[in-house]
Structure formats: structure tokens, C-alpha cells
Ligand binder design. Sequence first.
Ligand SMILES: *[C@@H]1O[C@H](CO)[C@@H](O)[C@H](O)[C@H]1NC(C)=O
Ligand SMILES: *[C@@H]1O[C@H](CO)[C@@H](O)[C@H](O)[C@H]1NC(C)=O
Length: 432
Amino acid sequence: MTGGRRDSPLLKSNGGGRNSRIAVAILIGVIFGCVFAFFFPHGLFVSTSAAVDSIAYKSDLLINISSCKSSERINMLKSEFMAASEKNAELKRQIKELTAKLRLAEQGKDNAQHQVLVMGEQHKAGPFGTVKSLRTNPTVIPDESVNPRLAKILEKVAVKREVIVALANSNVKDMLEVWFSSIKRVGTPNYLVVALDEEIANFCGQNNVPVYERDPDKGIDIIGRTGGNHAVSGLKFQILREFLQLGYSVLLSDVDIVYLQNPFEHFHRDSDVESMTDGHDNRTAYGYNDVYDEPSMGWARYAHTMRMWVYNSGFFYIRPTIPSIELLDRVAKRLSQEKAWDQAVFNEELFFPSHPGYDGLHASRRTLDFYLFMNSKVLFKTVWKNAQLSKLKPVIVHINYHPDKLARMKAVVEYYVNGKRDALESFPDGSN
Ligand SMILES: *[C@@H]1O[C@H](CO)[C@@H](O)[C@H](O)[C@H]1NC(C)=O
Ligand SMILES: *[C@@H]1O[C@H](CO)[C@@H](O)[C@H](O)[C@H]1NC(C)=O
């Protein structure tokens, strides 16, 4: 009757809303009654007016049905109807306000409860310099029912409930071979390839590489088989969820990465996400205060901004916590709705704070040492040309900044594993 307001849950329980709806209903009934009375004075009149009479007493608008033939009365009804409409609009506005207030109150309640859940009992703050906030969130209770087959595989493959995971289709077969050879070389047993097609599954089988073939899933499978680098990158957020639900920490790894040490000896395990960075020095990797200059503002010409190079979504260690799983869900959801680069979305979800109309994620994060978890810009532009830095032995090198990935991966193996000091010389800093 008062169409379009059913969306508000408050309407059902709010007295003001019900009254206004009844008032409008009665008015409409009365007007119908008048119309029928006018056109069918002997026919429908009796039953309609009886029906209206039976509820008319509930209303504060007392109207004599049989007098509605007079135009004076009709005008009065009209003005009363207008007044009621105005009242109705006012009530609707109040409902809107109350709904918003209620929603806020509920959110506040949820937040408070959530905080108590996470932090346990309330405490008094200790003396200056002794307080520490929480960054290590509790892990979820493992739920094997989400994927018993994967649970079995992980029981065998994982070490201390940790595992390296890479997604691969046959487009990246050659890189995958360099990838798993390097992992075998450093003696890290806990790694698993999620095979996105038969060829890769067989290839892993032949090479004694732990492999997991997913159950058929149309949407994922088409991208998995035919997708390019970025499309496959987006898939991992969906696939990783089950690993976390099963209670495992995952080192998500692209395949354009060479392992030179066991990575699990280099994590802090204090944050939801520990990620390698696209940064190339202390500032760009770990964050800095970037001053923006607007001379026309005179005295206030300098605006300070917080800057950091993005996390690399092709290599991150993620603990099985609620914020971690929420991160995966948020990124997967956005990637399914917009045409966006998964790495940009991953960073936006990790870093943007809550603001009007948006609840931020607030997961804890740690940037990995950019000399140990080295991107290819750092290696090819700086490190190998510097006498001191070239003595460092990274944990991994990720060929993220260069398109000739396979050739550079092999050169990295030559340089760090086989000690060929000139192995990197022939490669330009960039991709020219
Ligand atoms: C309604 O009008 C009829 C006829 O004009 C009259 O007999 C009756 O008393 C009126 N009722 C009220 C509630 O005014
Ligand atoms: C970068 O940070 C490290 C660790 O804090 C420090 O030892 C090093 O001197 C810094 N390098 C530069 C160039 O500032």
C-alpha cells in the first residue's frame, strides 16, 4: 500500500511507521469508498463502507462515509489527506534517522565485542614505555571439512603448518622448473604447486614436485588454463582461502622467483601479512614522509604525505587469521567486480584506513627486508654493481621488474649458486 518502504527493517517494529501506514491505508479506502458510493450508490456501497467502517474507528480521522457526496466534504478530505501525507513524510524521515542511529549503535557494539574477543579482558595501561598494542592476531580453528582432500595433502607436505604455494599453468612451465629446482636446492620440503591444467600436474608428478589439482570449478578453470600472468594472479586470492581455513600459514609465491635460502628461517610471524616490497631503498621500501610543495599557499606551502612503494602480491607470507581471510575475500570480491590489477587492489585493501562510507581492513603487516627478499630492480640496478652489497646472499630474488624473466632467473642461479660473477652483466637495468 505504501509501496517502496519494505526495505527498512525498522518499519515492522516502529509504531510511528505503522500508524502512518494505517492512516494512509484508511484514507485510500475512504476515497475508494467515496468513488464506489458515487458511481454505485446501491450496489457495492454497503459492503465497502462496512469494511471501511470496521477500521475507521482506529483512526484519529473520523469521517462520515455517507456524507462524502458533497464537494465540501471532498475538499476537506483532500486537505486532511495532504496533512496526513506531510505527517507521513515527516515520520519516514524520522525512521531514516533512527535507522541510521541504530546501525551506528550496533556497529559500535560489534566493534567493542570484537575487541574484547581479540584482546581478552580489559587492562589498565602500564607505565610510560611499557605498553604494547596487539599485532599478532589469533589463528583460526582449523576446519578440515572445507576441503578434506587438500587437508590430507597438506598434512604430508607442510612443516609446522607452513607451506610455500604457487599457482601454475603450462604457460609458465619453464619458469616453474627453475623455481622448484631452486627450492629443492636449498632443501625446503614444504612447497606445493596448485596445477591449473593437466600438463602441469603431469610435469610436477614426473619431477617429484608436490602437486594439488583442484576440483573442477568452471569460472576458475577457464582463467586458470588460459589466463595470462595477471589473470592467474587474481585467482590465487580465491584459492588461498581454503589453505587458511585449514589452519595453514601460506607463503604465496609467483613462479618467477629463485630461492637461495630457506625462506621460513626469515619470517617474524608477528603479523597477518609479511610481504616483499617493490621498493628499492630504505625510504621507498619502509615508508617516508614525502613533502608536497604548493607555493601559492605561502606560509603553508608544504603538505606532508605518507608514501611507500607497494607490497608485491606475488610473494607474501600470510597467517591463518580472520583479518587475513577477510583480506583475501575483499580482494577476490573486488577483482570479480572491477577490472583492476590485483596488486593495486591488494595494497589498497591493506593500507587505506576507514573513512566515511568505508570500513578499512586493519590487518597487521610487516615489510620484509628488501635485500633479503630482493626484487629484480634492486639486484640488476644496484646490488651486483656494489662491492659491499654484492657480498650479500638474498633469501629469494623475484624477477618482478623485468619481462625477460626466464633468462634473468637462470642468470641469478649462475650468479649466486654457481658463482659466475659476470652472469648479470649482459642485462640492462630496465627492460630496454
Ligand atoms: C453521518 O451522516 C448521516 C446522514 O447524513 C447521519 O445520520 C449520521 O448521524 C452521520 N454520522 C456521523 C458520525 O456524523
Ligand atoms: C637503511 O636501514 C638500515 C637498517 O635500519 C641501516 O642499517 C642502513 O644504514 C640504512 N641505509 C641507508 C642508506 O640509510
